[in-house]
Ligand binder design. Structure first.
Ligand SMILES: [Zn+2]
Length: 349
């Protein structure tokens, strides 16, 4: 991208857009999504409704992802990525699971990103829930493919579900392979109390101590949720320069608690924003973020500016750690991912 007064004749264009009077801004970035969740919308699992998070996983998500075939993976991604494009989002960091058709599933999703023209950072969710260390190879294969690619539209992280479904042997293998590839990890943490309780009962560790034990903290890993962190765990995020992604609509939908993002920001933690499969709409997610924080803190003064900064600055920072091409700013040398959203102000500017 080039910006400012351009010398005549430097570029030619097939199409020129006159955006005078409109808002022109960098494309939005989604720092945590589950494209495979698309067909869960409006769907209620048979039987008694889930009463807690573990039951939501067992009755809905772990049945849905097991049922996905290749066509489902493709169309789930296509619908969600098209929605993202229409909502001004140009880059998505995704976390995928489809155990019945895992091999090559990340290639199918890549195909959709290329068809629609968005950028994607992909990973496969390793866990021990169906088979020990399931699909470590899919992460490894896709990361190597991205590294060898001539363009940088796609990138890779090493995906893991959460500590409550990852045993010691699997964590060791994930750490070995991920570190060998030189990529970061993308994992849920402290989303519900179950994650803490299982980890403490089995290993006598707090969740972030368990990640620390395997060398999984650092500037590239993305930790998702962090609802039940104690102060020391937030300090660990900061001291290791690790990133934390908040997903308020998903947390509310699951009847969970609230991530203390304002406390994390005060400590200097890089807090980002994702949709966690709820939608592909980042503006509505940012709106939910500040409204939920105001409710949580019972303070109408907080979180509006923070939410905007998280959406526009922190997500850019996160994304620029996992993609080779800089994006998220209207500056020379950055990707020309530009959006011109419709904006009719209620009061004259
Ligand atoms: Zn998630």
């Amino acid at each position: 991208m080039d910006v400012g007064k351009i010398p005549e004749g430097k570029y030619t264009a097939d199409k020129t857009i006159d955006a005078n009077g409109n808002v022109v801004m960098p494309g939005l970035i989604n720092a945590h999504h589950h494209l495979y969740s698309t067909f869960a919308r409006g769907f209620s699992p048979p039987g008694e409704p889930a009463t807690n998070f573990q039951e939501i996983l067992e009755k809905l998500w772990w049945k849905l992802d097991l049922a996905l075939n290749e066509e489902d993976v493709y169309y789930s991604a296509l619908i969600a990525i098209m929605h993202a494009a229409r909502a001004g989002c140009t880059t998505i960091i995704d976390h995928h699971a489809s155990p019945s058709c895992a091999d090559g599933s990340l290639d199918l999703i890549e195909e959709v990103f290329r068809e629609v023209g968005l950028s994607g950072c992909l990973c496969y969710e390793v866990s021990d829930r169906n088979k020990k260390g399931e699909r470590i190879e899919e992460n490894e294969r896709f990361a190597k493919k991205c590294e060898a690619s001539d363009d940088h539209q796609m990138s890779a992280l090493f995906g893991m579900h959460a500590l409550m479904t990852l045993g010691t042997e699997t964590l060791e293998r994930c750490a070995d392979v991920g570190h060998g590839l030189g990529i970061g990890f993308h994992v849920h943490v402290a989303e519900s109390e179950d994650d803490l309780q299982v980890t403490f009962k089995k290993y006598q560790r707090r969740v972030m101590d368990r990640f620390l034990e395997f060398g999984l903290l650092g500037e590239k890993p993305i930790f998702v949720h962090g609802i039940h962190f104690e102060a020391r765990e937030m300090d660990l995020l900061k001291s290791s320069d690790s990133m934390l992604v908040n997903n308020p609509e998903s947390n509310m939908n699951n009847g969970l608690s609230v991530t203390p993002i304002l406390e994390m920001l005060q400590r200097g933690v890089t807090v980002g924003l994702g949709t966690d499969g709820m939608s592909s709409h980042m503006i509505s997610q940012a709106r939910a973020m500040y409204l939920l924080q105001r409710t949580y803190r019972r303070d109408p003064r907080v979180a509006f500016v923070e939410s905007a900064e998280i959406l526009l600055k922190n997500n850019r920072k996160i994304c620029n750690r996992v993609f080779k091409e800089p994006r998220g700013l209207l500056e020379r040398g950055y990707l020309a991912d530009i959006i011109i959203p419709e904006y009719v102000p209620f009061t004259p500017p």
